[in-house]
Design a protein around this ligand. Structure first.
Ligand code: ARG
Length: 458
C-alpha cells in the first residue's frame, strides 16, 4: 500500500503512476532530503515525539540509505513517485514502526521546498566559485593585453579605437553583475520552509528555530500558505541563470565572429572546436555555438516557470512538480557554460597584428579629429560636418585620415596644425582619453587594480 493509501479503495492506474512520477529527475535531491530529515528527527526528539534511541536509529538508517543511493544499490521505482517517498519507504523497510514517526508535522509540500532550497544553496555556491574563476581569467587576459589595439564596433561597423583589455573587461562587468545577483539570490533562498506542514502549520509544537539553526538558515518563513506555494526562489534562480547565459551567449557570438577567416582577430583553442565529417580543413567553434544555442533553452526554462505558476490557485498544486526539470536544466547548463567560457578566454590566441591593421585601416580616428577641432573652438556639429567631408575626400583618394597631407587638411579648416597627426594616432588616442570608464590606458589600469581588490574579498 502507498504511504498515503489509507482512504483509497482502488489502486493507482499504472499509467498515472508513470505519468506522475518525478523520481527520474528529483532523485538528485536525495542528499538534501536526508539532511532535512535528520534535522527534523533531531527536532522531534527535542519536543518529545521521538526518544533518543528512536532518533539515533533513524539517523543511522538515513546514513545507510544515503550510502545505498551513492553506491547505486538503491532501488528506484515509479510506484513510489518521488525521492521523499522513496527514502521514507526504505526507512520503514529498515526500521519498521519507528520510521513511521518521522513524518510527524511534516508534509511533502514543505519538505520539497526545503530540499530545493538546500540544493540551490549548494549549487549557487558552486556557480559563484566558477564565475569568480572566470572573472579572474578575464582580469588576467586584460592585464596582458592592455595595449593591444582593436576596433570597437557599433552596428558591426568599425566605430572607435579601443584596446582588447577594455573590450574584454566589458564582459567582466556583465559577469560581475551576475555574481552580485547570485549573492542577493543566496539571501532569498536562505529561509526555512519546514514546519509549514501541508498548508497551515501544526498543532504539534514543532521547534522551527531549532531546525533553522541545525540547517544553517538565516530566516524562518512567515506564512505557511505562502511557504508551500512559493516558487519565487526558483524563478529568481532561473532568471539569474538566464542572465549568465545571455552574457556568455554574446561573448560566444563575438568569439565566433572574431575567429572567422574574414576577421581573423583570434584563433580558438583546438580543445574547444570540432572538425567536419566532410570538409577536412574545417575547425568549427561548436562549443561556443552550443553556449549560444543552449541559451535559448535556459530562457525557455524561465518562461516555463512563469507559465507554470501564473494561474495556480493557493496553495500547493501538483503542477509545481514541473518546476524541477527547468530549474535543474538551467543550473546544469550554466555550470558547464561558465567553465567553457573560461577555457576559451584563457586559451584563445590573439592575432594582434590583424587587429592593429584593422585599426589603422579605418576612419575611426575621425572621432578624435572632430574632438581636436572642438577643443580648438569649432562648435561640435560644425566640426562633425567638416570631418565628414574630409572622410569623403579620403575615400575618393583611397587613403586614411592620417595619410592626408596638412595642406589638404587646412583646406577644410585653417585651424588644423601639425599636432593633428599625433592627436589622431591610435596609440595616443588610448593614452589621451579622459573620461571615467573610457577606453584609455589609464582607466583600464585603474579598473584592473580596483577589480583585483574586489576579487580578493571573496
Ligand atoms: N514530488 C512533489 C513535487 O515535487 C512533492 C510534493 C508532493 N506533494 C503532494 N501533495 N503531492 O512537487
Amino acid at each position: 500500500m502507498k504511504l498515503w493509501g489509507g482512504r483509497f479503495k482502488d489502486t493507482t492506474d499504472p499509467l498515472v503512476e508513470k505519468f506522475s512520477a518525478s523520481i527520474n529527475f528529483d532523485w538528485v535531491l536525495y542528499e538534501e532530503d536526508i539532511e532535512g530529515s535528520i534535522a527534523h528527527a533531531e527536532m522531534l526528539e527535542k519536543i518529545g515525539i521521538l526518544t533518543r534511541k528512536e532518533k539515533d536509529s533513524i539517523i543511522k538508517a538515513l546514513g545507510q540509505i544515503k550510502k545505498e543511493i551513492e553506491r547505486g544499490e538503491f532501488k528506484f521505482s515509479s510506484e513510489l513517485e518521488d525521492i521523499h517517498m522513496h527514502i521514507e519507504s526504505r526507512l520503514i523497510e529498515i526500521l519498521g514502526d519507528t520510521a513511521r514517526k518521522l513524518h510527524t508535522g511534516r508534509s511533502r509540500n514543505d519538505q520539497v521546498s526545503l530540499d530545493m532550497r538546500l540544493f540551490l544553496k549548494k549549487k549557487i555556491k558552486e556557480i559563484k566559485a566558477k564565475i569568480l574563476n572566470l572573472l579572474k581569467t578575464i582580469i588576467e587576459k586584460a592585464e596582458s593585453e592592455k595595449e593591444t589595439l582593436m576596433p570597437g564596433y557599433t552596428h558591426m561597423q568599425r566605430a572607435q579605437v579601443v584596446t582588447f583589455a577594455h573590450y574584454i573587461l566589458a564582459y567582466y562587468f556583465m559577469l560581475k553583475r551576475d555574481l552580485e545577483r547570485l549573492i542577493t539570490l543566496e539571501r532569498t533562498i536562505n529561509t526555512l520552509p519546514l514546519g509549514s506542514g501541508a498548508i497551515a502549520g501544526s498543532n504539534i509544537p514543532l521547534d522551527r528555530e531549532f531546525v533553522k539553526e541545525k540547517l544553517g538558515f538565516l530566516n524562518i518563513s512567515e506564512n505557511s500558505m505562502d511557504t508551500v506555494s512559493d516558487r519565487d526562489f526558483c524563478l529568481d534562480t532561473v532568471y539569474a541563470m538566464a542572465m549568465i547565459m545571455l552574457h556568455l551567449s554574446r561573448l560566444s557570438e563575438d568569439m565566433i565572429v572574431f575567429s572567422t577567416e574574414e576577421f581573423s582577430f583570434i584563433s580558438l583553442p583546438d580543445s574547444l572546436c570540432t572538425g567536419s565529417s566532410l570538409m577536412p580543413h574545417k575547425k568549427n567553434p561548436d562549443s561556443l555555438e552550443l553556449i549560444r544555442g543552449k541559451t535559448s533553452r535556459v530562457i525557455g526554462d524561465l518562461i516555463s516557470l512563469f507559465t507554470l505558476l501564473k494561474g495556480l490557485p493557493l496553495t500547493y498544486n501538483r503542477d509545481m512538480q514541473e518546476d524541477k526539470e527547468p530549474l535543474f536544466h538551467a543550473i546544469e547548463t550554466v555550470s558547464n557554460a561558465v567553465d567553457i567560457a573560461r577555457l576559451c578566454i584563457e586559451k584563445m590566441e590573439l592575432k594582434k597584428e590583424r587587429m592593429e591593421k584593422a585599426v589603422y585601416e579605418s576612419y575611426m580616428p575621425a572621432v578624435e579629429l572632430t574632438e581636436y577641432l572642438t577643443l580648438k573652438g569649432i562648435p561640435f556639429r560644425e566640426a562633425h560636418a567638416i570631418v565628414g567631408k574630409m572622410v569623403v575626400l579620403c575615400e575618393d583618394k583611397g587613403i586614411k585620415l592620417h595619410e592626408m597631407d596638412l595642406m589638404d587638411m587646412k583646406g577644410f579648416s585653417t585651424i588644423i596644425e601639425e599636432d593633428v597627426y599625433a592627436f589622431i594616432e591610435p596609440k595616443n588616442i588610448i593614452k589621451n582619453r579622459k573620461t571615467i570608464g573610457s577606453a584609455s590606458l589609464y582607466e583600464v589600469d585603474r579598473t584592473i587594480e580596483r577589480e583585483k581588490g574586489y576579487l580578493n574579498t571573496f
